[in-house]
Design a binder for this molecule. Sequence first.
Ligand code: FMN
Length: 373
Amino acid sequence: VFVVRTDSRRNFRSFAGVSSPTDAELVSLADYEREAGRRLDERARAWIDGGAADERTLADNLAAWERIALAPRVFSGATEPDTEVVVLGRPRPHPLIIAPTAFASLAHPDAEPAIARAAEATGTPMCLSTLASVSPSALAAAVPGVPRWFQLYVFRDRAITEALIAEAEAHRYEALVVTADRPVLGARDRESRLRVRGAAPPPGTVTTAEVTHTDSRIDPGVRWSDIAAFAADSTLPVIVKGVLTAADARLAAEHGAAGVIVSNHGGRQLDTALSGPDALPAIVDAVGDRIDVLVDGGVRRGTDVLKALALGARAVLIGRPALWGLAVDGAAGVRDVIELLLAETRIALMLAGAARAAAVDPAILVHSPWSRR
Ligand SMILES: Cc1cc2nc3c(=O)[nH]c(=O)nc-3n(C[C@H](O)[C@H](O)[C@H](O)COP(=O)(O)O)c2cc1C
């Protein structure tokens, strides 16, 4: 049985001169969001919490989980939850994975290695971004025990791409996550407004100029044949991240992918795109028996995790919540965020009468009677 709560928050260190909240004030991911908001400067906040354009998808990522109500079963006889799941053929102690997020140094100077330490301590796979503040080899050297995936942006210069894949293979990453939904950067109005006003970047972080420079090097013209080539040439299983239709999920399977992540990039790319729980059913129907289907976007509660599992996802990824934990208290904050979400997941599994995470009955889900749609 995986032990959930620890006293990690007791080691709270004050960061950036902001007074420490008490344990009692940090009992949910929303508390971490609020607390991170107090600690980050407005540019970092816009970068982390912002979405694309009118942020309809950003908002819907939360609303979509709420549109689903739970019809719990009782007297299943289970005495404790079993959170184990199998992802890419490997048993995992629970269904949470850290999503790739660029430039974690914007949230806290300890950056990705701190996220990795929290991931290691909780048995959580961490997906490192191509645009991280540390290289794949540096992260592996800093935290050799973390189960790790590498998120790949395909560069116009394929030699860079191949070198990154080779680095991930050499440093025992377990999967190559190729992001599909960012041929170009989304319309990031929140960030653009701040740039116009000339807000200064937080010290020690990547500047807009460097992001723009990296952007022009990312290849907007990636094709399915590239995915087939990565799958054939790499020793790592390939997961395609950012799929929202059954048609693309089928193409991923046909081109050798071992999995797809149903994702709209946290509402940061195509505004008004579908949210995970709305896109999942058709994708699970189309490919769920052939490849692993994962989901991300707006997962903030154990009940969201439960709903994702009931919809047929094998696991869920969390993006912003890890950065909020990092901003509030470095590795200890990330660890607490993971443990809070996991504790809620265990409660939800028991209360829904669906004690086994690997076999949640879809019949516990109903369209919520209070939803306006
Ligand atoms: C600040 C930030 C940076 C991100 N950077 C990347 C990235 O480099 N590569 C990528 O594939 N996805 C990136 N994403 C998207 C996440 O991997 C994930 O899909 C999304 O954050 C999930 O939604 P959530 O934040 O609501 O949990 C980023 C998201 C955020 C918030």
